[in-house]
Design a protein around this ligand. Sequence first.
Ligand code: PBG
Length: 329
Amino acid sequence: MINPVIRPRRLRSTPALRRLASETRLHPSELVLPMFVREGTGASVPIKSMPGVVQHTVDSARRAVAQAAEAGIGGIMLFGVPNVRDAIGTGATDPDGILNAATRALVAEAGDALVVQTDLCLDEFTDHGHCGVLSVDGTVDNDTTLERYREMALVQAASGSQLLGLSGMMDGQVAAVREALDQSGYVGTAVLAYSAKYASAFYGPFRDAVESTLVGDRRSYQLDPANRREGVREALLDISEGADIVMVKPAGSYLDVLADVSAVSDIPVWAYQVSGEYAMIEAAAAHGWIDRRRAIEESVLSIRRAGADAVLTYWAVELADWLTERPTR
Ligand code: PBG
């Protein structure tokens, strides 16, 4: 009979030992809730492909922020869903546009309880659905788009957003936005760079959530899912341009990139567990094919284990309630 001297199972033998030996822990403060706010005064609208997630009105968003604060999560990330869209995404830079108006209302609601963050990208506001403005040949014009991002940054900062989520994947966007903010005195407004954002099928349900009008894809600006080294390159570039936080997105299928970025970054590294990751677990759970709570906890824990300091997840509040053993809402 073989008698192993080294027995890793010892530390797994009781719940107390497992808890003591655990290398990674989740905490509400490192969770960020993405939220959709729709223009108009009606009721909130459920998003079919994301069961449990809604397009909020400003009022319902206010109540959700109060809940999020009570749950102790670290922040919210706001996306606007406007009624009218045009070629250059005018609504994005209108101080009374839905995203900016919602930001003002939610910053007032949140106070110091959590960090209000805003998506800085044109895709929700353009009629063609791309993340930037188009040139005559129909491609996304990088440098003209940077001018729009700079304007957007100033309006968002003026609305009270504390952390701007640059998700458009234009070259030079971090430096361009940082310079615009600094020149206008917004030196304290921080930049979250969606550095390694891949052209992913897992954004599918999000496109429903924001009623995206996109035809085609974003492969000429978002990263090729085949590329690992390039994800690190993008993160390093954004750090050199002055980003305060870098991000990898999606999370679950890109844990290698996340681990690589976290190994070289000297600033916080976040990850975005995107709509498709959410929808897959919800759908499997709804069929009874997977234990919903365990799958959610394991998926977010794995993202943390791979190197994320914080995670954007649509389960942020529910997960925070579990972590603090609050009764589920
Ligand atoms: C672009 C943006 C997208 C997501 C966040 N910001 C969509 C895209 O790039 O197509 C996706 C988030 C998700 O799927 O949950 N503004």
